[in-house]
Design a binder for this molecule. Structure first.
Ligand code: 4GX
Length: 259
């Protein structure tokens, strides 16, 4: 089991460890944990506060709204993890970080051990970032109530790239043509739902025709919704031909309106 590669470890530093119990243990990630492909551990930052009331936050210097997470408990928690594995890579989830994408996910998936620090309130004392954080990541330009959901998104996106986590033949497809584009439409039974039927080509059994149709649909969808992705995609001659066909079909035909 585990098939060679050592299991990837995720340590989550949080004030709300309970948030992680169900979402990461269902379905594919649950199976990956059972198979020993990933290990997910939650660490309660409060356990690293030394005072009687285990205080983890305080008012901001200079005044202002809300509370700031104190440096000492986080420092002690991270140092405890580092004492077990000095090669660990530490990540802080924040809207100020680099936007998560597939390339960043792929790079993270080659590491053996990640620490994900989840901030609450107005964030962490700046010295945490300066002294203990290797990389800051954002999952998008919106504001969450804490870093926990963002950490789960990172774990999910990274884990599915590890060998054996998805079905065995899935990874081969991973960096193919379709990966840089939006997905083609999918259908399953029934053939006809309230008068809306499945495109005939998908029932033809003609695999090259199906593959061509899917490519064209993926290109159409990407051109329509995410043209920025098309600009970056590595298009083959055939892809370019399909794209020209799509543009021709969508443009009003100027050769016939006599203008
Ligand atoms: N992608 N949040 C971090 C605490 C905080 C507040 C202020 C720094 C400054 C988020 C995101 C996100 C909410 C996590 C605020 N940190 N994280 N938290 N978007 O919204 O990653």
């Amino acid at each position: 089991m585990g098939c060679g590669r050592k299991r990837m470890k995720f340590d989550i530093l949080t004030l709300f460890p309970q948030m992680f119990s169900s979402p990461l243990q269902e379905s594919i990630l649950g199976k990956a944990i059972e198979k020993g492909l990933i290990q997910i551990r939650t660490i309660n930052i409060r356990d690293f506060a030394l005072d009687k009331h285990r205080v983890v936050d305080d008012t901001p210097y200079g005044g202002g709204q809300g509370m700031v997470m104190k440096v000492e408990p986080i420092a002690r928690a991270i140092e405890w993890v580092k004492s077990q594995d000095p090669s660990v890579w530490t990540i802080y989830l924040t809207p100020q970080g680099r936007g998560l994408n597939q390339e960043i996910s792929r790079k993270l998936s080659s590491r053996s051990h990640l620490v994900l620090l989840c901030g609450r309130y107005e964030g962490v004392d700046e010295r945490v970032r300066e002294l203990f954080i290797d990389e800051e990541i954002s999952i998008g330009d919106y504001v969450l109530t804490g870093g926990e959901l963002a950490a789960m998104v990172v774990i999910d996106a990274v884990s599915r790239l590890l060998p054996g986590v998805l079905g065995s033949d899935r990874s081969a497809e991973e960096d193919s043509f379709f990966n840089s584009l939006l997905e083609y439409p999918q259908y399953t039974r029934p053939f006809n739902f309230r008068g809306n039927s499945v495109p005939e080509v998908l029932l033809s059994g003609n695999h090259s025709a199906i593959s061509l149709w899917r490519k064209k649909e993926a290109l159409k969808r990407t051109l329509d919704r995410r043209p920025d992705l098309l600009a970056k995609a590595n298009l083959s001659r055939e892809d370019q031909r399909l794209l020209e066909e799509i543009l021709r079909e969508s443009r009003p035909d100027k050769s016939r309106d006599g203008a």
